[in-house]
Design a protein around this ligand. Structure first.
Ligand SMILES: NC(=O)c1ccc[n+]([C@@H]2O[C@H](COP(=O)([O-])OP(=O)(O)OC[C@H]3O[C@@H](n4cnc5c(N)ncnc54)[C@H](OP(=O)(O)O)[C@@H]3O)[C@@H](O)[C@H]2O)c1
Length: 240
């Protein structure tokens, strides 16, 4: 039952660190060719060379996902060098925190531009090929903050709630094209985004690791094409 993903091609945004890096490497381990997008070229190069050790093609395409032109150029480069995209992992994101009135309006706007419009731009660049081929997987990384607001996270929550809505609506549009679009909604994962460099190694272990999410996504992608998980919420067992 299920399907193999070996030989498929994936684009992963935010692939330079954290969840994106772990997912790119887990997919490469499964024999998936990977196209890597983020802004910092040096980090992408490092992940690409680690991924290539699994014997797959790994191509980088540095871009700021909030910029539609950069995204178009990057996705074209990946399509030219890797061919059709079977799997899109919309993972790149930023977080800003602070009370509603204290948050800098420019940072508020930037959060929406990166998290929501970034996901939109990349999906828009990849989707036509998936529709043409009548298959594909799009996983959008939202957050537990995309299902429940908490004090101090108005910008982040707004961007992540918006991703839920966009995902659900797009899913209804393209499920007839055998394209599975869904969100993953992790609670705290031990990455730079949440903890910076502050976290002690022993404390880090209490939280979900980027590799846990990567394994989760791979198992989801291996489900038979007739079924998909519409939305899921990942929690750490005992971080206390
Ligand atoms: N960590 C958690 O607890 C947690 C929980 C729920 C959801 N999430 C979500 O999971 C995703 C990954 O987060 P993470 O924790 O792995 O964070 P991370 O380690 O900070 O990684 C974020 C990645 O996104 C890239 N990125 C940021 N802004 C970008 C832009 N404008 N254009 C292109 N790439 C950009 C970063 O690379 P550059 O800076 O080089 O561009 C980096 O590769 C995010 O969407 C986050 O909201 C995280």
């Amino acid at each position: 039952m299920g399907q193999t993903i070996e030989g498929k091609t994936a684009i992963i945004t935010g692939a330079g660190s954290g969840i994106g890096r772990a997912t790119a490497l887990q997919l490469a381990k499964e024999g998936v060719n990977v196209g890597l997008i983020a802004r910092t070229e040096s980090k992408l190069e490092k992940v690409a060379s680690e991924a290539a050790e699994y014997g797959v093609k790994a191509v980088i395409a540095p871009a700021d996902i909030s910029n539609a032109e950069e995204v178009e150029y990057a996705v074209k480069k990946l399509h030219d060098e890797l061919g059709f995209t079977d799997i899109l992992i919309n993972n790149a994101g930023i977080g800003v925190y602070g009370s509603f009135l204290e948050l800098d309006p420019e940072e508020w706007k930037r959060t929406i531009e990166v998290n929501l419009y970034g996901t939109y731009h990349v999906t828009r660049a990849v989707l036509p090929q998936m529709i043409e081929k009548d298959s594909g997987d799009i996983i959008n990384i939202s957050s537990s903050s995309g299902l429940k607001g908490t004090a101090g996270s108005t910008a982040y929550s707004a961007s992540k709630f918006a991703i839920q809505g966009m995902t659900e609506a797009l899913m209804q549009e393209v499920r007839r094209n055998n394209i599975r679009v869904n969100t993953l909604n992790p609670s705290l994962v031990a990455t730079e985004l949440v903890f910076g460099d502050d976290l002690e190694e022993q404390d880090k272990e209490k939280y979900m690791q980027p590799e846990d999410l990567a394994e989760y996504m791979v198992s989801q992608l291996k489900l038979h094409p007739r079924i998909f998980i519409k939305q899921s919420l990942q929690w750490a067992t005992n971080p206390f």
